[in-house]
Write a protein that binds this ligand. Structure first.
Ligand code: HEM
Length: 462
């Protein structure tokens, strides 16, 4: 039997999975069925059951493991005791098959090595050069209600729906950086396809009946395949600098390359993984910066001190205030609140033996609020990430917005760069506010987002 790290659990007597009373199916599904209150439900589970919560979903074995030790056990996984492929395939295999996260072991390693070629530092720098003017162009219209056909990002009384505006901006950037085409009707169709595919990954009724969420997702995927296929020949023949072209030509040190269908599957997964997560993070930042205008001023001061409208790659890395705010937003509102795996072998945690083929969930959204690891976790306090306090370094796996181990988000440097580049231009151009007492209603799962589109008042300052 394999020993797990259980320093939090201090387990002495091991209990077999089947000997333990399980939570009922409804309790198990609640987090999924009530995505507005996922954190509250998970926290209740932790308070009732401790570090390990075992659920019964018919014949399916599922359990939740709590705390940073559990995160390390599940994510670090040098011995490959967990599968990411099986559980993620169950959830989104019909719309995002063969994506990097839906691969295990040597196969995953092989694909990741090839894909890493499109995320090396010089490539990220080139993406940023391309991104900066698009950001400027995109945010320029944010205070012009309906002036350029973008009425859908404003309320009738002239407030900016920050979430919708960012979503549009990140999609425009993604079409340019990832695919190399400019925004237009096809980008809108793509946006719809991604909304449908992500929605479909949460669908419970999975039958191909027209109009169902499931079917809309399948149709979204068909659209994306057709769209990318049309461009494949050109991308293979050229040396363009977008991600699509790079994946067509990417070669690992061992000489591995992607086939056409692999490029398409990776592109669809990448765009999904990149788009909603960065939009989610920036919405949380904009909300908190509106609630705490003193932090907005701190970011503005830092950006002004740079003396450049467009920040370079190293400038962004040196932005201390921006980085603390980014991290605090990721802590409080992790875009991916839950991470799932399935055990390949028996594992041990918190005094339990967990058998093979058990679905295991860990929750960044719970660990990020554990008072054992964070001072006043309910309070917005970006300085907890300052070099002096560095609360995120209290445990290697207490701060996991990007996961960790072999499946660590491949786009995390891309995401950090893009988010800080946008925030830099935003604080230089605008000041924004929300009404006194406004609390952003959050849909916590599957990807955290404001339910009301986050209306804010914008004031141009430059
Ligand atoms: C704030 C933004 C983002 C957050 C919070 C985030 C979060 C995550 C997390 C938690 C995982 C691991 C999931 C697991 O282990 O089950 C992951 C994996 C992944 N992410 Fe991100 N992500 C972000 C942005 C991006 C971007 C911008 C890209 C692409 C440009 C991207 C591409 C991927 C890919 C391909 C994987 C799978 C990696 C693998 O399996 O090896 N993500 N992301």
């Amino acid at each position: 039997m394999i020993q797990a790290s259980t320093s939090e659990a201090g387990a002495t007597k091991l209990r077999r999975f089947n000997e333990v009373p399980r939570a009922g199916a409804i309790e198990s599904l609640r987090g999924m069925l009530d995505p507005r209150h996922m954190r509250a439900l998970i926290t209740k589970k932790f308070e009732d059951r401790g570090l390990v919560s075992i659920h019964g979903l018919g014949i399916m074995r599922t359990c939740t493991l709590f705390g940073p030790d559990a995160n390390r056990l599940v994510l670090h996984d040098k011995e490959r005791r967990f599968s990411a492929r099986r559980p993620w395939t169950q959830i989104m295999g019909h719309v995002f098959p063969n994506g990097l996260l839906l691969r295990d072991g040597e196969d995953h390693k092989h694909h990741r090595k090839i894909m890493l070629q499109a995320f090396k530092q010089p490539v990220l720098k080139a993406y940023l050069d391309r991104m900066n003017p698009k950001i400027a162009e995109g945010i320029e219209a944010w205070d012009q209600t309906g002036a350029n056909g973008r009425g859908e990002i404003h309320t009738s009384d002239g407030q900016l729906l920050a979430f919708s505006a960012i979503k549009k901006l990140t999609l425009d950037i993604a079409t340019s950086i990832f695919i190399g085409t400019e925004s237009g009707p096809e980008a809108d169709q793509m946006n719809k396809a991604f909304i449908d595919m992500v929605g479909s990954s949460m669908s419970i009724l999975r039958v191909p009946i027209p109009g169902l969420t499931y079917t809309r997702g399948i149709n979204g995927r068909k659209f994306m395949i057709g769209y990318l296929k049309k461009m494949m020949e050109r991308k293979r023949a050229s040396q363009e600098t977008d991600t699509f072209s790079r994946l067509c030509h990417a070669e690992s040190e061992e000489g591995g390359t992607f086939s056409d269908s692999e490029v398409i599957d990776h592109m669809i997964f990448l765009m999904m993984a990149a788009h909603d997560t960065t939009t989610s993070t920036m919405s949380s930042m904009i909300y908190r910066l509106a609630k705490h205008p003193e932090w907005q001023d701190r970011l503005r001061e830092e950006s002004r001190a740079l003396g450049a409208e467009h920040a370079g790659f190293d400038d962004l890395d040196n932005f201390e205030q921006h980085t603390m705010v980014l991290r605090e937003a990721l802590r409080m509102y992790p875009p991916l609140p839950a991470i799932i795996r399935e055990t390949n072998v028996e594992i041990e945690y918190g005094g339990y033996r967990i058998p093979p083929k058990t679905m295991v969930s860990i929750y960044p959204i719970h660990t990020h609020y554990m008072p054992e690891w964070w001072t006043d976790p309910e309070i917005w306090d970006p300085e907890r990430f300052s070099p002096e306090r560095a609360e995120h370094e209290r445990h290697t796996h207490s701060f996991i917005p990007f996961g960790g181990g072999p499946h660590l988000c491949i786009g995390y440097r891309f995401a950090e760069t893009q988010i800080r580049a946008i925030m830099h231009q935003l604080v230089l151009r605008y000041r924004w506010s929300i009404p006194e007492g406004y609390e952003m209603p959050v849909l916590e799962a599957p990807i955290s987002k404001p339910l009301d589109g986050l209306p804010i008042r914008l004031e141009r300052i430059n």
